[in-house]
Design a protein around this ligand. Structure first.
Ligand SMILES: O=C[C@H](O)COP(=O)(O)O
Ligand SMILES: CC(=O)C(=O)O
Length: 224
């Protein structure tokens, strides 16, 4: 009989598939769900076809629903803090979820709903707990405040043989993206710099496309 760990490992395996070809994940704060489709299309026009729309605003779930049903991009839900956030994300059609940390109730609901939720970690103890639960991808958050790429390179080293991969976010931008992407265990990086809230609110789609294109170009320069 499959264990909870087996179920988590199976779910977590999808994280690599989602992130391997999409190494920059824009983290979105959105105020109007009607902006979700043009925003997601603006990112795609710049070469980014994945997006994490956070539940930090009340528009989050409706924005996920609109982008998931109205575009071909991979649409995830971020800032999932509770079981009801997991339900709202799954009901809205999110392809994945992200949490800044982790807690047993949210974890249990994610497994029940079959929604991959990437947990946040900052240290080795949390990583060992997530590995024991069957996770194979974790978020390193907040990345810069926890020592940045140098810290993540050291933190990830003892776990290299486990195959664990990391998605750092928090304080990442055009200036330091390459230093994270150079770490072997980093599968993708996340951040708001590609689609800052003010540009989203103003509907500055051309600027967002330009930022996405800049991030895409940086990936090819980095050989990522
Ligand atoms: O994962 C979410 C982070 O809060 C995004 O951080 P950032 O605004 O520093 O890119
Ligand atoms: C920080 C984070 O993990 C999130 O907002 O999803």
């Amino acid at each position: 009989m499959p264990t909870r760990r087996d179920a988590q490992a199976e779910l977590s395996a999808t994280a690599r598939a989602l992130l391997s070809g999409n190494r920059v994940v824009p983290v979105i704060e959105i105020d109007d769900p009607a902006q979700a489709v043009p925003l997601t299309r603006a990112l795609a026009a710049g070469g980014i076809t994945i997006v994490e729309i956070t539940f930090r605003t009340s528009a989050g779930a409706d924005a996920v629903r609109a982008a998931a049903s109205g575009t071909d991009s991979i649409v995830g839900a971020g800032t999932l803090l509770t079981p009801s956030d997991v339900d709202a994300a799954a009901d809205a059609g999110a392809a994945f979820g992200v949490s800044p940390g982790w807690d047993p109730l949210t974890a249990a609901r994610a497994l029940e709903r079959g929604l991959l939720v990437i947990p946040g970690v900052t240290g080795a103890g949390e990583i060992q707990q997530r590995l024991a639960e069957g996770h194979t991808t974790v978020k390193f958050f907040p990345a810069e405040a926890n020592g940045g790429a140098a810290a993540l390179a050291q933190l990830s080293a003892p776990f290299a043989h486990t195959g664990l991969s990391f998605m750092p976010t928090g304080g990442i931008g055009a200036h330091n993206a390459a230093s994270y992407l150079a770490i072997p265990a980093v599968t993708a990086i996340g951040g708001s710099w590609v689609a800052p809230r003010a540009l989203v609110a103003a509907g500055e789609w051309a600027q967002i496309t330009a930022l996405a294109a800049g991030a895409t170009a940086a990936l090819s320069t980095a050989g990522a």
